[in-house]
Design a protein around this ligand. Sequence first.
Ligand code: TXA
Ligand code: MG
Length: 330
Amino acid sequence: MKTLISSDVRLLADLIRKGGVVVFPTETVFGIGASSFNEEACKRIYKIKGRPSDNPLIAHFSSIEGIKSVCEVSEVAERLLCEFAPGPITLVLPKKNPNIFPKEMPTLAVRIPKNPVIREWIEECGSPISAPSANLSGRPSLTRMTDALRYFDGIVDGILVAEEPNLGIESTVVGLYEDPPVLLRPGSIESDQLKLFLPNLVLPNVITKSGEFIPPSPGMKYKHYSPQAHVKLLPSETFVSEFLQCGKDSKTAWIGFSFGPTVDDDKPTHKIDPIRMKLVSSNWEYSSALYAFFESCDQLGMETIYCEEPREKSGKEGLLNRLQKASEAN
Ligand code: TXA
Ligand code: MG
């Protein structure tokens, strides 16, 4: 298949109107989208990704009005949208229009991407865009145009060239279809911020019935975010001591805040190999770099990726969730 790669939103909107599938960047990660009113095109996305058919897609809108035209927007939902949208938040709302994909579900996940160019494209498409993250199912989402091209050139109808994601992890997903509201997926908008609007917000790990974990959202039961390399998540002290022991092994990769010994420590250090190591200065920078680092490590054939635990600071919630999922998966 010939893929149109362009920053011309009108050309890329034409493809969507003709039933095409288009890869596009958002402020979180890349998405792979089709018109929410074209069931056949939406189903093609599942084939391309190898995504389980019971895992519904987020519909992306250019405005709150667009969301209101297809969903019941409660007062609190509207307040959340006014505060956090456009931005990295997805709300799962009761559906008003049954014709929007996925037709069989009574709820719809909705989100308004931050980049004005992406919103302009959605506007031009004349319909919301249903899109999961643009990655193969179970693998890390993509955050660089080079990776999007490597995976999807020749596979999709178009790739919209626009600003690359900077947040680096997928949006926070909040279920507002029942009371109490549920945090379905942590992300850059954290539970403390949400609780100002939703004081009775339920966090995912407290949802248990006879000791069993019940996934509140279909996506939560599937393996996620894992590179081919084995991921090890370590507390800071262990991370540094492991690095001092194994850092020379050319099949190991490292991402964290510090690679050296403390000043009063006399252990030998290694010269840092920038290809296999990524130093970050905050949880935000860590999130932004994580998936791209995973991709690079897989391309380089790394066997183990050592990840330092996030700092006890803002930006920890979503990052820790992705690191835990990546490390549990293998
Ligand atoms: O940042 C993001 O959210 C990116 C960009 C492209 O917008 N998209 C993304 O989509 O991460 P995806 O499909 O990879 O993750 C969507 C999550 C899944 O866990 C899915 O199960 C959940 O949202 N979800 C979607 N519709 C739902 C619904 N009606 N009820 C409950 N959960 C839903
Ligand atoms: Mg995904």
